[in-house]
Design a protein. Structure first.
Length: 212
């Protein structure tokens, strides 16, 4: 009997680590966002077995965003935010695929609250090419770096002080500076598509030291 109670308790702990929890209400986020706005978003955790656990929030219909063994699936009309507490100087490393649809949009250097009120960097990775915006200002337009619905993509979003890198595979989409402040949060939003994030890791970037 004691052994049964122990395993039941362990199962509850594991479920609470890797499964959704309820929270408070949220606003409509962007002009592309067409999801159902319920009374409560749901929260989840990725990479439970690692030191840098990624905390996530679902925006939209919580039944259309789900996590199975650290694989995150986001259906059309929904959005998630991802962050590791205390890490804003980072390299965010995504392995994802978009089995159908136009592509995926990332918002970074974005606020954790009052999403619509503050400027942010936006990376659009689509079947037509890649674009990076600083709010509404176009910073980069790379037609040659295109999403292939039949292949997995590896995407790096790197923030280090004023420096920003956006890389797809071995191709640099943008490398430059921004005055927008660092943020822990990256938002992921399908563009008329379903997005499957197979793996994602946020790495703390160590401040460079120089020898003179």
């Amino acid at each position: 009997m004691k052994k049964y109670i122990f395993f039941a308790f362990f199962g509850v702990i594991l479920y609470s680590c890797c499964s959704p929890r309820s929270g408070e209400s949220i606003p409509l986020l962007s002009s592309n966002f067409r999801g159902y706005i319920g009374s409560a978003p749901e929260y989840f955790i990725l990479n439970c077995g690692y030191e840098n656990k990624i905390l996530g929030t679902k925006f939209g219909n919580p039944d259309s965003v789900y996590v199975i063994n650290d694989r995150l699936t986001i259906s059309p009309g929904n959005m998630v935010s991802l962050y590791v507490e205390g890490i804003n100087t980072m390299d965010a490393d995504f392995y994802l695929h978009v089995p159908y649809g136009d592509g995926v949009r990332f918002y970074f250097r974005a606020p954790g609250k009052d999403f619509e009120k503050f400027p942010k960097l936006i990376f659009e990775y689509t079947v037509r090419g890649s674009k990076v915006f600083e709010d509404k200002k176009l910073l980069a337009n790379v037609d040659s770096v295109k999403l292939d619905n039949n292949k997995q993509s590896r995407i790096f979003i790197q923030n280090e002080g004023e420096i920003v890198h956006v890389i797809v595979g071995v191709d640099t989409v943008f490398q430059g500076r921004t005055k927008l402040p660092l943020s822990e949060f990256i938002y992921v939003e399908p563009i008329n598509s379903k997005v499957v994030i197979d793996d994602v890791y946020f790495y703390q970037l160590v401040e460079k030291s120089y020898i003179y």
